[in-house]
Design a protein around this ligand. Structure first.
Ligand code: FAS
Ligand code: PHB
Length: 394
């Protein structure tokens, strides 16, 4: 077996969590090697999140990857809730003392981080196969993989498992050491990306008797839309016209009228689940991002939680190397999980409020309508939504 050599931190996964961690560690003078199973084009081809919290914006700036986000991102100061045929604005900025969110696609975040890493000449092994983690319960962990038919072993001080829900890192932890919590929702989101101007300048979250819908965007000319669909639905069953017709049905008349439709450039169905694995540290292995937790995308938390995890992990590893202190490392899991569970609660609550469940029925729909009516007419309730939506401090 060839040895790739040694590094300080081996990062498994080149999604936003792995790439942002690598960039923050580089700023702190900590070496890393990223091992990724796919090629960079595949990673960039996944259309996912669209809303960045201020914490994430600040971490991207700190990592040196914020310039294009600042130039092309869309600062948003409110969202709209649509129900009963009308829209109601939630003034995120006014209700949270001036905090806003940034609309900037995960694909662009990933692209910026990839380019930053490549420009710095930092090593990323793409198309790594048969990745396995070893020795993280001792002092000499390593990551093994094959690449181009040859076998490699990367020796390191620490392993960061940033390889998502289906990754190898969480699965490498002895089953008895993990406690998992999960809720799978009885529906999915059918998402469409189109080169059309957004229907509104802010996001619209719609609760409708036919099901949930979301109007989002990537720029002034590129829109992202979602409609709730059944768990066993298939994207290929939906023509573009069928999607646009269903979206219109779930919006208020003004938005339905204003909707500009066009050919889909991407169409996919995302399953919805809430999931947490505790703890997030095992000896010299740290889990971060989707490898440790999943939220339904209703609250736009997934990518932002991943950023928060790696922000805390980078700080902890910097303290280890610079200050010879392991206080951050020892407190990593507890600090992350407090933020994770608060985001899990908000995402579950917002999903429960906005979607049609098999058991919702006429009474359940009245309860949702009453809660929405209270929410948009109570400053206290709107503030609770706003401060959770813009994100809690790191
Ligand atoms: P990721 O899954 O993004 O990245 C993990 C990386 O590890 C991948 O590149 C993968 O190829 C790699 N990997 C996996 N196994 C490996 C192995 N064995 N060896 C090496 N590499 C391996 N969040 C939102 O906020 N809003 C949304 O609208 C939204 N929509 C989503 C839609 C879908 C279909 C999915 C799956 C998620 C969505 N999310 C959304 C959540 C999403 O944005 C995640 O939170 C975000 O990608 C988390 O980033 P990472 O933790 O880096 O995980
Ligand atoms: C998106 O733009 O993809 C998006 C925005 C907000 C969400 C979920 C997805 O809550």
């Amino acid at each position: 077996m060839n040895s790739f050599g040694k590094t300080q931190v081996a990062i498994v996964g080149a999604g936003p969590a792995g790439l942002l961690l690598g960039a923050l560690l580089a700023k702190a003078g900590v070496e890393s090697v990223i091992v990724e199973q796919h090629d960079s084009g595949y990673v960039l081809g996944r259309i996912r999140a669209g809303v960045l919290e201020q914490v994430t914006v600040d971490l991207l700036d700190a990592a040196g990857a914020g310039a294009r986000m600042r130039a092309e991102g869309l600062p948003h100061q409110g969202i709209e809730l649509c129900f009963g045929g009308a829209r109601h604005r939630i003034d995120l900025h006014g209700l949270t003392g001036g905090t806003q969110v940034m609309v900037y696609g995960q694909t662009e975040v990933t692209r910026d981080l990839m380019q930053l890493r490549a420009a710095a000449g930092l090593p990323t092994v793409y198309e790594a196969r048969q990745v396995s983690l070893h020795g993280f319960d001792g002092a000499r962990p390593s990551v093994r993989y094959t690449h181009g038919g040859a076998a490699y072993e990367l020796h390191c001080d620490f392993i960061a498992g940033c390889d998502g829900y289906h990754g190898v890192s969480r699965q490498s932890v002895p089953a008895g050491a993990l406690k998992t919590f999960e809720r799978v929702y009885p529906f999915g989101w059918l998402g469409v990306l189109s080169e059309t101007p957004p229907v509104s300048h802010e996001l619209i979250y719609s609760n409708h008797e036919r099901g949930f819908a979301l109007c989002s965007m990537r720029s002034a000319s590129r829109s992202r839309y979602y409609v709730q669909c059944s768990s066993d639905d298939k994207a290929e069953r939906w023509s573009d016209d069928a999607f646009w017709d269903e979206l219109r049905r779930r919006l208020d008349p003004a938005a339905a009228e204003a909707l500009v439709t066009g050919p889909s450039i991407e169409k996919s169905i995302a399953p919805l689940r809430s999931f947490v694995a505790e703890p997030m540290r095992f000896g010299r292995l740290f889990l971060a991002g989707d490898a440790a937790h999943i939220v339904p995308p209703t609250g736009a938390k997934g990518l932002n939680l991943a950023a928060g995890d790696v922000g805390l992990l980078a700080r902890a590893l910097e303290e280890h190397y610079r200050d010879k202190s392991d206080a951050g490392i020892d407190g990593y899991s507890e600090r992350c999980l407090r933020r994770v569970w608060r985001a899990e609660r908000f995402s579950w609550w917002f999903t429960s409020l906005m979607h049609k469940f098999p058991e919702t029925g006429a009474f359940g729909q009245k309860m949702q309508a009453a809660e929405l009516d209270y929410l948009v007419h109570s400053q206290a309730a709107s503030t609770a939504l706003a401060e959770n939506y813009v994100g809690l401090p790191l």
